[in-house]
Design a protein around this ligand. Structure first.
Ligand SMILES: *[C@@H]1O[C@H](CO)[C@@H](O)[C@H](O)[C@H]1NC(C)=O
Ligand SMILES: *[C@@H]1O[C@H](CO)[C@@H](O)[C@H](O)[C@H]1NC(C)=O
Ligand SMILES: *[C@@H]1O[C@H](CO)[C@@H](O)[C@H](O)[C@H]1NC(C)=O
Ligand SMILES: *[C@@H]1O[C@H](CO)[C@@H](O)[C@H](O)[C@H]1NC(C)=O
Ligand SMILES: *[C@@H]1O[C@H](CO)[C@@H](O)[C@H](O)[C@H]1NC(C)=O
Ligand SMILES: *[C@@H]1O[C@H](CO)[C@@H](O)[C@H](O)[C@H]1NC(C)=O
Ligand SMILES: [Zn+2]
Length: 848
């Protein structure tokens, strides 16, 4: 039942082909060739599967569209400029494949690869069962007809096509439903068709040529034939499966097929299920101005459409957000519309949208805010509106993100809110980056725009023309939102349901279009269940990533005027622990132009925000550790938390909030650090440290007791300096990072502090030679106070304990040797000077 396209279609074959097309039912697709063979695993043990995208340049249009679809789908990818010669990126890592799919923006770059690289790539694809997607975009220079180099496949370019249809036999079809023909001409005259008599090629999309003249170079047939412009290579020719597009992604159907091609070629590893949940919020119920509101007939239409939609989307229910203060503030007819809505209140879902449509961030006093909410609740109770949906939306997204903690508190106390939604996290644009998070027990879901705003009231006055709205529905942005998001909450407004009722038109058309062209199962759920579903699908989105509210104009506009973005540090001392960071903190605090964070009652001079559960408290909590810049003589603020250094999430979180911060790390010999940590734990009565010698701890094998292994990890792991620093360097520029030699800090702090001041560009330069004094009895440099006496850190610092045993030192020198070599290479790469202990360590161990 394969449809084989031949270079020269004879008349009877052509008619046969047409008949096959019309009659073919949707049988189960045959198992493709390479699925039957054993293939090596692509690496998905540590990370999600990654797509390798070869683009023409970082600005190329099609490349950006490919990436946009991958990003919207939350697929991981890596882009590379398609190599001409000799620089194919590494495809494997420790005998595992790095990429699960290869995409070429320009398939000619693929077929014209030099033999060496092509061989490399082909071997990779066959060994790991990796497929290739490629696009053929004709340009002025490309030939009209040619064989695709190395393949039994012929191309004919520069064609105008019409009447697009889907071959129901193409195995890759999953979301795409094949029983439609898109009548009429396809845009552009630069289509390419593929022809072959090899059974490895299965057409996916076919069209007729626009004019019979265009056929002249295929032979004499005067009939309009069907030509494949997207083909699927089943791997029967060379064992590699491919999907080739005879154009770019501009045409909407190509985006749909592209999504299916990704799913198919990755064995559904990069694929959503067919379920799509949608929720349509109607904000601003009662709020609209006279002339924009719903009348009785509009409410009837709303109910009718809702019923109609329920036939297509089970249980579909409009979700109405009300501001009670504006009830009955329209014309008489509109006031009757208000009453009609209330009369049918049990047919809808309801959520509070603030009594007077005020922006919550304007309320600093949580009880005043709660009072506003209570008014809306009383209104709901008086009018029998259900109050138990657990969902709310803030006017203008205010207070949701950036988080105004008062809003979360008031929502919970007045309404028992569990779910809200916003377009603002992490930013409004691009929409494909919108994500959810959970804060203070409230689940925040991303909210999608559907192209209808408060002022889009009339079809004919749609911005850019009504065609734009229809384009968005028919395969454009709105359609893609549903295609690429398993859960979509759409924002609309009361005014979209009066007058031309664009809201009804949009969603009815959208649902019909989706059902016509796709196998997607449209569904809905009440918000609380929707949120549960959302975080089941995307558990990695539970934790938020806080950003500076003033770095986004829209966020700044909904950030309380009583708060500021200036109560944030300019630099961080990140540790690791036991390297002298407390001494450094105290020295920095002596500086007249540097201000430390306030002490914490629990963690003393450290805040430990980016490293642990404190992060859940949000940035209001963090900022409370810093003075208002207006209250202090300097805004050159910093904080020190020594466990940031080796905490996995800390660099990412720090960089999200403090992208321009400078970072100080203090490094001593990692063996000494390990020993010091062990002694620290002994002093804190850690049984594992008390019951085991240091040597036993660091040499313990995997079968040792858990608490011993935990102690071992805390001794050894932070000392793997290079790999922790590399993680910081994924988020910060090398110029933002300064390595402090902890040994030198101890022996000659004035010198080190001078280097730090230069790095920070802090003025005036403070003279630490004058400010510090060596305390003979302590054996440390301390603050010089009145009368030239020394004021030193408390006795928990600079503990005295016996020397490390030579065996342990030898063991650790060996343990850290390779890690120290890596540190050497890293510091050389960064152009940072080498700590003296590192030189010594490498010299002594290299002879051992
Ligand atoms: C396909 O076409 C080529 C060239 O036209 C021909 O040499 C070859 O025998 C054909 N193969 C099949 C299977 O028909
Ligand atoms: C529709 O809603 C009812 C009541 O909430 C529920 O029992 C039923 O399972 C829902 N149907 C579907 C198809 O979701
Ligand atoms: C908040 O407002 C209430 C009522 O107006 C007032 O009693 C209370 O003192 C205010 N609280 C604060 C912290 O200002
Ligand atoms: C700092 O200034 C703010 C107003 O700018 C004031 O409300 C606050 O009390 C001051 N805090 C301190 C610790 O001086
Ligand atoms: C420490 O060692 C003592 C004596 O061997 C033993 O009784 C005790 O249970 C040990 N404690 C822990 C926490 O391992
Ligand atoms: C700091 O003070 C010492 C002693 O008073 C002096 O010798 C030195 O030159 C000063 N250093 C700088 C950089 O001003
Ligand atoms: Zn609103």
């Amino acid at each position: 039942t394969q449809l084989i396209l031949r270079p020269r279609l004879s008349l009877h074959r052509l008619i046969l082909a047409l008949i096959i097309f019309c009659l073919l039912s949707m049988e189960a697709p045959p198992l493709p060739f390479s699925r039957l063979r054993q293939v090596k695993a692509v690496d998905n043990s540590r990370t999600d599967p990654v797509v390798l995208v070869f683009v023409e340049s970082i600005y190329s249009q099609l490349g950006q569209e490919i990436v946009a679809i991958l990003e919207s789908s939350r697929f991981h990818y890596r882009t590379e400029i398609a190599p001409g010669k000799g620089d194919m990126p590494t495809l494997t890592e420790r005998n595992r494949g790095r990429y699960t799919l290869i995409i070429y923006e320009n398939v000619l770059k693929y077929v014209n690869l030099d033999a060496w690289n092509r061989d490399l790539l082909d071997k990779y694809c066959t060994e790991y069962g990796v497929g290739v997607i490629g696009f053929f975009k004709a340009n002025e220079n490309s030939l009209l007809s040619a064989q695709l180099k190395g393949f039994p496949l012929f191309l004919h370019s520069h064609l105008g096509l019409r009447d697009y249809r889907i071959n129901p036999n193409a195995p890759l079809l999953y979301i795409t439903k094949p029983n439609q023909v898109e009548q009429g001409p396809l845009p552009g005259d630069d289509w390419t068709i593929f022809q072959s008599n090899h059974s490895t090629y299965e057409p996916v999309l076919l069209a007729s040529t626009k004019s019979s003249e265009a056929l002249s170079h295929f032979g004499p047939s005067p009939l309009r034939a069907l030509h494949a412009t997207v083909v699927q290579d089943l791997g029967l020719h060379d064992g590699i499966q491919r999907v080739l597009f005879g154009n770019n992604l501009n045409y909407w159907l190509h985006k749909l097929v592209f999504v299916d091609a990704i799913a198919y070629l990755t064995g559904k590893r990069l694929c959503l299920s067919l379920d799509r949940h949608i929720l349509v919020d109607v904000d601003d119920i009662f709020v609209g101005k006279e002339g924009t509101r719903m009348k009785v007939s509009d409410v009837e239409a709303l109910l009718n459409t809702q019923n109609k939609l329920r036939g297509l989307v089970p249980n579909f229910t409009f979700n109405l957000g009300f501001s009670g203060k504006f009830y009955h503030t329209g014309t008489d007819e509109e006031d009757q519309g208000d009453d009609m809505l209330l009369q049918h209140r049990m047919d809808f879902w309801w959520f509070p949208h603030m009594w007077s449509h005020m922006q919550p961030h304007l309320f600093h006093n949580v009880s005043v805010l709660a009072e506003q909410m209570r008014l809306n609740k009383i209104f709901a109770q008086e009018h029998g509106i259900p109050t138990d949906m657990g969902y709310a939306v803030a006017p203008h997204h205010s207070g949701v993100y950036p988080v105004h903690s008062q809003l979360y508190e008031a929502w919970k106390s007045v309404w028992g809110i569990k779910v809200t939604s916003t377009e603002e996290y992490p930013h409004l644009r691009p929409a494909r980056y919108r994500r959810g998070f959970i804060h203070n027990g409230i689940q925040v879901l991303p909210r999608q725009t559907c192209g209808l705003f408060t002022h889009t009231i009339f079809y004919n006055e749609y911005p850019g023309g009504s065609k734009e709205l229809d384009k968005s529905i028919r395969g454009g942005e709105l359609f893609l939102t549903v295609l690429l998001n398993p859960i979509s909450i759409f924002m609309t407004h009361l005014s979209n349901y009066g007058n031309d009722r664009l809201g009804l038109y949009t969603f009815e058309s959208l649902v019909k279009f989706v059902q016509c062209w796709t196998n997607l199962r449209l569904q809905t759920l009440p918000p609380v269940q929707l949120a549960e579903r959302y975080f089941q699908i995307f558990p990695e989105e539970r934790d938020p990533l806080w950003q500076n509210p003033c770095h986004d104009k829209r966020h700044k506009d909904i950030w309380s005027k009583e708060k500021t973005c200036d109560r944030l540090p300019k630099f961080l001392v990140i540790g690791p622990q036991k390297t002298g960071t407390t001494a450094l903190h105290s020295f920095l605090s002596l500086h007249p132009a540097i201000t430390s964070s306030f002490p914490s009652p629990i963690t003393f001079e450290e805040i430990q925000f980016f490293s642990g559960v404190n992060y859940d408290n949000g940035i209001d909590w963090y900022m409370d550790f810093f003075p208002f810049p207006s209250n202090v003589s300097t805004d050159f603020m910093f904080e020190k938390s020594a466990n940031y250094f080796d905490t996995e999430v800390a660099p990412k979180r720090a960089a999200a909030l403090l992208p321009r911060a400078k970072i100080l790390a203090v490094l001593i010999n990692p063996s000494d650090r390990a020993y010091s940590w062990y002694q620290h734990q002994r002093a804190h009565q850690d049984p594992a440290a008390l019951n085991n010698t240091f040597h036993e701890v660091v040499t313990a094998g995997p079968s040792a007791p858990r608490d011993v292994l935990a102690l071992q990890r805390r001794c050894l792991n932070p000392g793997v300096y290079a790999s922790h620093l590399e993680r910081w360097l994924q988020h910060y520029q090398p110029s933002q990072l300064h390595i402090v030699d902890g040994a030198l800090l101890r022996s000659n702090p004035a010198l080190v502090m001078e280097g730090i001041q230069r790095f920070l560009s802090v003025t005036p330069i403070f003279n630490y030679t004058q400010a510090l004094i060596y305390d003979d009895s302590k054996g440390f440099w301390c603050q010089r106070v009145e009368g030239g006496r020394a004021k030193c850190l408390g006795k928990s610092k600079g503990r005295k304990y016996p020397e490390m045993s030579p065996e342990s030192r030898a063991f650790l020198a060996e343990y850290y040797r390779e890690h120290n070599m890596e540190l050497l290479r890293l510091l050389n790469r960064l152009g940072q000077s080498l700590p003296s202990w590192l030189r010594q360590e490498l010299q002594s161990t290299s002879w051992s």
